[in-house]
Design a protein around this ligand. Sequence first.
Ligand SMILES: Nc1ncnc2c1ncn2[C@@H]1O[C@H](COP(=O)(O)OP(=O)(O)OP(=O)(O)O)[C@@H](O)[C@H]1O
Ligand SMILES: [Mg+2]
Length: 333
Amino acid sequence: MTQPLLQLEQVSKSFYTRPTAPYELFRWRRPARLSAVEQLDLTVYRGETLCVVGESGCGKSTMARLVMGLLHPDEGQINYAGQRIDHLKRHDRLAYRRRMQMIFQDPYTALNPRLTVLHCLLEPLLYHQPQLTEQEALEQVFQQLLAVGIDPALGQRFPHQLSSGQRQRLNIARALSVKPEFIVADEPLSALDVSIQAQILNLLQDTANQQNLTFLFFTHNLAVVEHIADRVAVMYEGRLCELTSSRNLFKHPRHPYTQALLEAMPQLTTSPQQGAKLMGDVPSRLQRPLGCSLQDRCPYANERCRHQVPTLFSHTDGGQTACHALQEGRIKP
Ligand SMILES: Nc1ncnc2c1ncn2[C@@H]1O[C@H](COP(=O)(O)OP(=O)(O)OP(=O)(O)O)[C@@H](O)[C@H]1O
Ligand SMILES: [Mg+2]
């Protein structure tokens, strides 16, 4: 796990939002800037499973779309296997389409409503492997359907005739069917019930082991993270606040936000009373304060936190945190 596959360097993305209704009254106002992700620096190594966790709206899906080229970064660059991919035109990106696959958060909008289950899977398979005969392609599709727990008898159904869980399993089957080397999975399990979650997790892990797959896995389910992650990146308000091995994260969370996140799941932490207690609520994304995004909620915040954005620094065990209080020793690392 030493060869970098994906590298994000200082990647930022903002959206501009129109004033809310009544639009006529506020038409003269300039659109507000919403910074979805800011100065992301992250490396995913070949063969690893890197989980990104964070609360709703912190920028996980935006980051996933940036990696897949569905959005273009405002600043920074994205490299895949040593090649810069963020500026590629649609045609040049085709070369990466088979190598990088995405499992989308919303399974319904990710599927073409006019294609049946079989066609959903046959289309990408025959596009990327035109040498396959129809019989061979159908066999592969049936195998993939069985692997994700969908009865091939449902092959002639359209997406609206499937349950939400079946749609998500179809999405997963479609992503795996072209044998990619890198999968970006955006909350792939949130639409599934617990028993299917375990089955799909095992399938993803087995496939990862057999095909040396690399996973960038976005989730807010810490139990899933503990089960599959090699390393974990914790995001808050569009910025990374901690990046460490999965083992260290659950044994020894350092950043006040990570501690609060783990404390929200008491069964996962052995010492629930020791972590930082965050105050207040998540601030508005449209009025981001200067300095650290956690400043108004963190009990350790001081003047420096209010003026200077913390950047990631390394600890002796290889873990990284972005926190002035940790860096200055105001919190014991
Ligand atoms: N196309 C867009 N236009 C305007 N704002 C957007 C757009 N896409 C995302 N956002 C905003 O950017 C922020 C990050 O959104 P994103 O979908 O990346 O969050 P997330 O971490 O995936 O959340 P969740 O866990 O709920 O899926 C949110 O405040 C969201 O409202
Ligand atoms: Mg999302």
